[in-house]
Design a protein around this ligand. Structure first.
Ligand SMILES: O=C[C@H](O)[C@H](O)[C@H](O)COP(=O)(O)O
Length: 217
């Protein structure tokens, strides 16, 4: 079974959490694309979706799923999204696809965060995957200098503009022993919109696609 088959299996397993007539929070990325395709098979059973990126919105609409404005939704049962890394404490690094800020907003509103991944995403300590930080463009150099003070190696993600019109700094060479604390410290730097640590609000349910099938934790 290859990585894509594992992602697809995890994504399809998330369907069991989708409640009748509900609005579903939808993340971004290759694993979520499998979820959106699966969700389309239930489109007449749900009220619609809220989306964390222009890319997911387009895919949802193309498959006939109504996408609501986030400001018109005051609560969500579930948010389904992938991750770039996840620990046994369900802390994550996200934002490999630059969608971290909208992902964090939708996740914040949802009661249950369901993380769908293949088994390569599990790590003992976060930080091997470079940590994405979304930054207001004029603050880019300042934020990079502040990140160096925190012990990271910042790299500007060339050519990438987020859906919010900002830039991404990827932080290399971090061994993140206290993700909740680092998440707060990075968010305190002026010019940072948000960072890709999802630790203060991590996942609630993890569905991992493996050779042996989907494991729920
Ligand atoms: O910005 C992108 C998101 O945080 C994705 O959820 C994350 O990068 C995982 O993506 P994929 O499912 O493609 O591995």
């Amino acid at each position: 079974m290859d990585q894509n088959q594992k992602k697809k299996a995890a994504a399809e397993a998330a369907l069991e959490f989708v409640k009748q007539d509900s609005i579903v929070g939808v993340g971004t990325g290759s694993t979520v694309n499998f979820f959106i395709d699966a969700l389309a098979t239930k489109k007449h059973d749900i009220a619609g979706a809220v989306s964390s990126s222009d890319a997911s919105t387009e895919r949802l609409k193309n498959l006939g799923i109504e996408v609501f404005d986030m400001n018109s939704v005051d609560n969500l049962d579930i948010y389904v999204d992938g991750a770039d890394e996840i620990t046994e404490h369900k802390h994550m690094i996200k934002g490999g696809g630059a969608a971290l800020t909208r992902e964090k907003i939708v996740a914040a509103v949802a009661k249950t965060f369901i993380c769908i991944i293949d088994d390569t995403k599990h790590v003992p300590i976060l930080g091997h995957f470079p940590l994405p930080v979304e930054v207001i463009p004029m603050a880019r150099s300042y934020v990079a200098r502040e990140i160096v003070k925190l012990g990271g190696d910042p790299a500007y993600r060339q050519g990438v503009v987020t859906d919010n019109g900002n830039v991404i700094i990827d932080v290399y060479n971090l061994e993140i022993l206290n993700p909740v604390e680092l998440e707060k410290k990075l968010n305190n730097i002026v010019g940072v919109v948000t960072n890709g640590l999802f630790a203060d609000r991590g996942a609630d349910v993890v569905l991992t696609g493996t050779e042996q099938g989907v494991i729920k934790s």
